[in-house]
Design a protein around this ligand. Structure first.
Ligand code: BG6
Length: 491
């Protein structure tokens, strides 16, 4: 099956931090894929901008190396790469001085009528400076948007400040706050599953759902990001954004349309309905963990503290939370969430466990009936599984068996699974904000996360050690098991 590609208008994408890690690993390969799929209209340019003094030629070499390194086998096509590199330009600019900005303006003026997107793949500390320079050098046209990467703040106050700074120069409809989890195929499929089928919605509430689990497990460790990570920790790095977005899409009411405001209004209501976790209940509702030396991805790995230069830290590399949503739909339904580095595998999924049958008519010899589960798998093998009880086939009387209706997308449709950034980068050009976070969403998420951070501080809640390559500290297992439930740990 082939997917339908609708070309976008010609554009100029200016990537600040154009020679950085994100551009290299994600943005350039994603844009290359969109070109190969035929989504660009001409003339379209990608302009790298950063402090490094590179020429166009040197930047093209950098991009070529990035594609060689990060494309999968068979994806590097000489002719396509040549075409792609020809649309790349580079301007050295300094966010804090006027150096380079006139040159950037000169290049952009060649395409005054095109869609213009500024992507800030840089530290949030200079979001404000760059926005101001963009404004001062008159680079904003009617067709201009700005894309910002997380972290958007490290608490509510800093997020407000950051949003204010960008908001001074850009209108909300021009600001695209990226959360790459929203670009993942299965995350969008969650909306299709819920809102394009009549089957689930009547059951999607506290009358029929026992609990929800959201797991984002990683096998990797710090990957050279100790400096940032040790000041953030798993709650800020993963829960405040990615996991809360997953929770919102799972729990929100049905929006009246896929219009960006309609969808984001509903997500916002979920965030605002989350029951507070603060100093009074933080120790019962949350577990913080930190990995110790162990084995992961097939070999021995260092512990977190050994990866840090200082060697002392109370930063969590794992967090588990029992969250609750205070509204009619979800009253009494726990949402257990957990995420961590150096866990037993790379696995992200949302598991909806339905209530058990109210009365069992089968003999003991038929075996146990297991509550139905809907498993929405984001990675590694994207797809949806619905578990059902059936009769064990063949003779031997009535014996029951729990089986899965398995819908593995890649296998079923035989299409390349696009990276999340591909969809999102093109949505910016199309000016579709549905899969981007609105200002009030980011702030509402911090409003829920802040009291947890403060609660940990007040309670002096320490990190619990876990061996790398396991599912986290034993306290996280206890968090769910004391409610008579277990984590879904199938990799
Ligand atoms: C990022 C976090 O936002 O998401 C990283 O900062 C994390 O710490 C990454 O590794 C996970 O993304 P993915 O797409 O690999 O699940």
């Amino acid at each position: 099956m082939s997917s339908q590609i609708i070309p976008v208008e010609p554009f100029d994408y200016v990537v600040f931090g154009g020679s950085g890690d994100l551009a290299e690993r994600k943005l350039l390969p994603a844009l290359y894929h969109r070109q190969v799929e035929g989504q660009f209209s001409e003339p379209t340019r990608i302009i790298g901008a950063s402090r490094s003094a590179l020429s166009n030629e040197e930047y093209r070499k950098f991009a070529d190396a990035a594609l060689k390194e990060h494309l999968k086998k068979g994806e590097y096509d000489e002719a396509e790469v040549k075409k792609f590199l020809a649309r790349l330009f580079y301007v050295p600019v300094d966010a804090r001085s006027d150096a380079g900005w006139d040159q950037l303006k000169k290049i952009l003026d060649e395409g005054k009528d095109r869609v213009r997107a500024f992507y800030l793949a840089v530290a949030p500390g200079i979001f404000g400076d760059i926005s101001q320079k963009i404004h001062d050098h008159k680079l904003i046209t009617k067709q201009t948007r700005i894309v910002v990467e997380k972290p958007i703040g490290r608490d509510l106050d800093s997020a407000l400040q950051l949003n204010d700074t960008i908001g001074k120069v850009f209108k909300e409809e021009q600001i695209f706050r990226i959360d790459h989890y929203l670009g993942k195929e299965t995350v969008q499929n969650l909306m299709a599953l819920r809102f394009a089928n009549a089957l689930y919605e009547p059951l999607w509430n506290a009358n029929h759902i026992d609990h929800v689990q959201i797991t984002v497990a990683e096998s990797v460790g710090l990957e050279g990001r100790a400096g940032y990570y040790d000041t953030a920790g798993a709650l800020r790095d993963m829960v405040q954004n990615h996991i809360l977005q997953l929770l919102c899409l799972t729990a929100m009411e049905i929006p009246s349309s896929m219009d960006s405001e309609a969808v984001r209004d509903e997500k916002l209501k979920v965030l605002r309905a989350l029951k507070p976790i603060n100093a009074s209940n933080v120790e019962q509702a949350t577990v913080r963990g930190q990995y110790r030396a162990g084995a992961s991805s097939g070999g021995p790995v260092k512990g977190y503290l050994d990866e840090l230069e200082g060697g002392v830290s109370n930063t969590e590399t794992f967090v588990a939370i029992k969250a609750e949503i205070g509204n009619w739909r979800w009253a009494g339904v726990p949402f257990y969430i957990r995420t961590g580095k150096r866990l037993a595998g790379r696995m992200s999924e949302i598991v909806i466990t339905f209530k058990p049958i109210p009365h069992n008519i089968f003999d003991q010899s038929a075996g146990r009936t297991v509550a139905n589960q809907l498993i929405i798998r984001l990675q590694p093998d994207e797809g949806v599984k619905q578990s059902l009880m059936i009769k064990d086939p063949g003779p031997g009387g009535m014996r029951l068996r729990n089986v899965s209706l398995d819908m593995s997308f890649a296998a079923a449709f035989n299409v390349r699974n696009p990276d999340a950034y591909e969809r999102l980068l093109m949505d910016v050009i199309r000016s579709n904000q549905t899969l981007f976070m609105r200002r009030d969403e980011v702030e509402a998420a911090w409003d829920w996360v802040d009291p947890i951070l403060k609660g940990w501080e007040t309670a002096g809640q320490q990190v619990q050690g876990y061996t790398a390559g396991t599912w986290g500290p034993s306290q996280a297992i206890a968090l769910i098991e004391r409610d008579g439930r277990t984590w879904h740990d199938d990799i």
